[in-house]
Unconditional design. Sequence first.
Length: 125
Amino acid sequence: MATNSRVVTSYMQRTDGRGSMLGITNVGTWKEVNYVTSRAGMVRGNHYHKESHELVFILEGEVEVVLRDINTAGDMETMILRAGQGIEINTFVLHTMHYLTDTVQISLLDRAFDPSNPDLHTMDS
C-alpha cells in the first residue's frame, strides 16, 4: 500500500461452551479505545493525524475506506472492510469512511484525545 497502512485481521479466535473471544491486535501501545456505531450512508473521518496512529476494526457491518498519504500526494487507495477486518492508519494519511451498512467498530489510538489540542487535521487546516 502506498500509504504504508496495514490491513488487520484477527490474530486469534476461540470458541467454547462459555462463548467466543476474538483477538483483534496484540501489537502496539494503544492509549484510547472507542466503540463506534455508524448508520448506513453516513461518512466519518475525512481527516488525518500528525501524531496519532489509529487502528479501526469492524465488528459488524461493511465500510468503504478511502486513504491518501498527504505528504506524497499519491493516488487514493480504496478498500472495503467487513466484520473481522480492520486497517491500521499511519500519520499523515487522510482517511474517510463511507458506511455501506449499519456498522459497529472499535477505533484505537496510540495518543489519547486532548480537546485543547486535538490531532484532527483536514486538507483545509
